[in-house]
Design a binder for this molecule. Structure first.
Ligand code: FES
Ligand SMILES: [Fe+2]
Length: 357
């Protein structure tokens, strides 16, 4: 673990981070579990790979390439039949491992053709479907983040999904960037940020900031009794590829990033609040409170962020050679981690190629 200096300093940054791909040897959240209905096929994309998700007869999630090995038709045009996913064109049937297990016009007892599509390790946890797009031999070495607040009755959870027309690095920098309270000032966001601590490893960048809050929001969140100015520590922990942000004793935000392509990303976030009201009351007002918190408290911030993120991406595409000036060492560390993870994956690819030669 490397402790980095926390002084702000102008640095001209490389743009390579906008061009790198993902390290697929991690578990990625790909959809909310409730959106994958039994009997339905849900297409998702992760870093240019199109994948079809479905639930088998045991309600277990299966994930296969969204391309039929017969003629290349998208599997999500087909249907689910028992444990099989059936292509909509000629009705070829495949199991969750991607093997062809039936063809409706095939002679009885005749050996099926060897038609296979890729399948992916997949699991359902914390109301999300997680998928491992990398080398399946490494799937057991990685794990989904621990989210202890998920089962804590004292925590009130708000799920927040978002889509960005931007490379995942731009989105991830926004999440690490506590110095943009300026953007949210009309929403009575935070102000006077100070970077207190910064640590970097091959897997994570953790920053601690001090921020101040005031206004109605602070009162609602129990940040202060009177609604006056409160100063708190916020920790922003980028554990590639996800974020865990905690505001001292008040809230925790788990943000799972799904990189879709060089210019598209999604996020699945869970905001946990410890509201200053009794647990029974939290439970009885949950249904009403979830949309209120989402629409009043979170979405206005998110919409402002999306506008900045997409503008950054647009201007990057207009002139990829242009260099920009960054002053926050935490952002530089995030960029370094993204590039490092990508390079590490490229190295594992090269060494496995050498072994297979
Ligand atoms: S293209 Fe899928 S069964 Fe023919
Ligand atoms: Fe923001």
């Amino acid at each position: 673990m490397l402790e980095l200096a926390t002084t702000l300093q102008g640095q001209t940054i490389q743009n390579r981070v906008r061009e790198v791909g993902i390290n697929p040897n991690h578990w990625y959240a790909v959809t909310w579990a409730k959106d994958l209905k039994p009997g339905k096929i849900l297409p998702i994309r992760i870093w240019n790979q199109s994948i079809a998700l479905y639930r088998d007869s045991q309600n277990q999630v299966q994930a296969v390439e969204n391309v039929c090995p017969h003629k290349g038709v998208a599997m999500d045009k087909g249907k689910v039949q028992g444990d099989a996913i059936v292509c909509g064109y000629h009705g070829w049937e495949f199991n969750g491992q991607g093997d062809c297990v039936g063809i409706p016009y095939w002679g009885e007892g005749q050996k099926l053709p060897c038609a296979q599509m890729r399948s992916y390790p997949v699991q359902e946890r914390y109301g999300l479907i997680w998928l491992f797009p990398g080398d399946r031999a490494f799937a057991h070495l990685a794990s989904v983040p621990e989210i202890p607040e998920y089962d804590d009755p004292k925590c009130f959870m708000v799920p927040i999904g978002a889509e960005f027309k931007a490379h995942f690095s731009i989105c991830n920098e926004n999440t690490m960037d506590v110095f943009h309270g300026y953007l949210h000032q009309n929403l009575q966001g935070w102000f006077d940020p100070v970077l207190l601590k910064l640590r970097e490893t091959d897997e994570a960048v953790t920053a601690e900031y001090q921020v101040s809050y005031k206004g109605i929001l602070t009162k609602f969140l129990g940040l202060s009794e009177s609604g006056g100015i409160t100063t708190k520590t916020i920790s922003v922990d980028y554990q590639y590829p996800n974020y865990i942000n905690k505001l001292e004793g008040v809230s925790a935000l788990y943000l799972m990033r799904l990189p879709i392509s060089a210019t598209e990303s999604r996020s699945f976030a869970m905001l946990f609040l410890r509201l200053p009201i009794p647990v029974w009351l939290v439970n009885s007002v949950r249904r009403v409170l979830q949309p209120v918190v989402l629409h009043l408290l979170f979405l206005p911030f998110l919409h402002q962020d999306i506008e900045m993120i997409e503008s950054e991406q647009e201007n990057y595409l207009k002139n990829p050679q242009r260099r920009y000036v960054e002053v926050n060492p935490a952002i530089i560390a995030v960029q370094r981690l993204i590039v490092k993870q990508y390079d590490r994956y490229q190295q594992t690819l090269q060494s496995s190629e050498m072994i297979s030669r």
